[in-house]
Structure formats: structure tokens, C-alpha cells
Design a binder for this molecule. Sequence first.
Ligand SMILES: *Cc1c(COP(=O)(O)O)cnc(C)c1O
Length: 363
Amino acid sequence: MHDANPAGGPTLHPDTLAIIAGRPPHLPDAPMNVPVHLTSTYVANGDLRYGRYGNPNWAAFEDALGALEGGRCVAFASGMAAITAVLDLVEPGATVVAPRHSYTGTVGLLEELAAKRRIQAVFVDISDTDAVTDAAAGAAMLWIESPTNPALEVADIAAIAAAAHEHGALVAVDNTFATPVLQRPLEHGADVVVHSATKYISGHSDVLMGAAVAASDDLAAAFVGHRSMYGAIPAPLETFLALRGLRTLPVRVERAQSNAQELVRRLTGHRALEEVRYPGFGAIISIVVRGGAEPAEALAERTKLWVHATSLGGVESTLERRRRWPAEQSTIPEGLVRLSVGLEHVDDLHRDLTSVLDALDPA
Ligand SMILES: *Cc1c(COP(=O)(O)O)cnc(C)c1O
């Protein structure tokens, strides 16, 4: 790959890294992007060997996301594949502390591993730093998601990491919601960052992919070993698309966040809403519609610009009542609708939402 900073000059800004990292060397006739390498195997005696062990598109994507997070990135087939690889670091029977309101797939996986006695899972309110640090004693891993999906609680990553390391526990942070543009957990002491690259990293709702970014070479080697053995590898075309999306991550996040902040200002106090939850940064808002499930479903069904769909982090705005999923925690309000704010004009997004909200009968 091209080394943009061979002499170790001043640290480059994330906006620049997102554009320049993971490019082929600047040589005559070199392509601007690493072409899609559709091959299952390679001619012998090189480093790549076989398609489950390596692919130039992975390397380009990993260079770029690793540069943004400040660690060594390993790409996976999905966010859940990356999460599985990270949880596999702990010894059989070890304790993993995790947020009760994390992504439903993460909670489900932890519960399944606990049911099989592979691990012991302890669920906490991740915004209650004292409760989390108390739980760190005897734990092998602290799992953080911040902000949480969809409760939008925020964790004190630095305080939790310090307490965890006193007890020799690893700290993993699901950084899907904040992205490295807004939060770099490795700088706050985390050992691993995971992403559902399906969301903001790729950013166009056309890819499923994941990544684990390690603070150390040993952890990165463990993830590569896991990926090679278990086979949860990303496809070359998906990896190309994810890197193409990542090029614009800083500008997308900036625009989506400013839309979200403006929507929070305009929606707060609306008579159809019980609550507008927003952690102050990022582009996810959780609104709680007065009257519970029925009016919340009506909102999700009736908007014209906002698409009723799960997932988040695309250029287009989507919304979803989270409790429509039986797996969602019962502590999430029935009327909570998660808004993933996209890059459309904020006036159009606001008008579309309020045209439905204004017509709801506040129960
Ligand atoms: C979507 C999501 C995941 C799972 O990622 P997939 O790419 O769907 O496997 C994990 N964590 C968070 C916070 C998510 O939003």
C-alpha cells in the first residue's frame, strides 16, 4: 500500500486519512483503487496463499479503518462475525460484563454462550460507571457499546478501561454508532474496537461487513487466526464497496450529525412525543411516541421520506419501532422509534415527520 507519511511527519487528520489510506503505491499507471480481486487462490510461495487467509481488498480496507481508529484492523463478514471473534478471546467459563441495552444480536449471543456454559454473562447499566467498575473484579472482559443501541446511553470508556485493566480484564468497545470520526476508544484505553461496517463505515445500505480493530499485534493475530479457521470472511466486492463508502465517512457523519442535532431542537417538546433521546453527538435519535406501540407503528408506516426499515447509518433516513422485534429488551419503551438520520435536507426530513406526528392523537 502507499505510505503517505514515510518520514513520520505531522499526524494527518481523520478527513485526510479516510481519503488516502489503503491506496496502491503512487507509481506510473498504478490504479487509484485496489481493484476487486475475485480469486479463491494465489500462485504459491507468496504471502496470500489462499482466499480464506488473505485478499488485497481486505488489506486496503483494513489499512484505512485501522488508520482511523488508531489500531490494527481485521475485516470480517459481518459485525456479528467480528463480535464472535472478540468474545472467543476469553477462556471457557470466564465472566463477560456487558450493557443490558446493547445491540440485540450481542445480547442474544452472550445469552446463548452463557446457556452453553461457554462464558458467564453479567449485564449492567453501562452509563452507571460505579456499577460497571464494581462488576470488573473477576471479569475477563468488559464489553462496552456507547452510545447503546437503541437506548442511547453513554459509557465513560476511559474510567471503565482503567478499572478493567486493574483487574487484568480486556476492554472491547462496539463503536458502530459513534464511528472513529466522533470517538476513538483505543485512545481511551480500550483493547479492541468492533464495528458493524454494515452501518456508517460503508454507509450506503448495500453491504454487510464487520471489523475488529486491535490495540496490539497479538490481538490482531488472534483475530486473523480466528477468521482463517472459522471462515467468516468478507467478500472482495463487499470489501471494495465498504472502502469506497469509508472514503466519505467524515463528511457523511458531519452532515448526518448536524441534521440530527437540528431535528432534536425542532422535535423536543412536540405534544405527540413523551421523550426525545439524544446523547449530544452522532446521528441516531430515539423518540418515544405518546400512547405506546400503536401510534409508534403508525408513525413508522406513514412517513414518506423516512423509510420503515431496520438497520441504520446509510445516506438515507430510516426509522423503526424497536419493540416490534421480540428479542428487544423489555426495558425499551413500546413507543420508542429509533431514527437513523441521513443526508437529505433537514427541512424535508422534519416536514415528513411532523406531518405524521401532528396528526397523531396524543393519548
Ligand atoms: C448492526 C449492529 C451490529 C451487528 O452487525 P451486523 O453487520 O448486522 O452483523 C452490532 N452492533 C451494533 C451496535 C449494530 O448496530
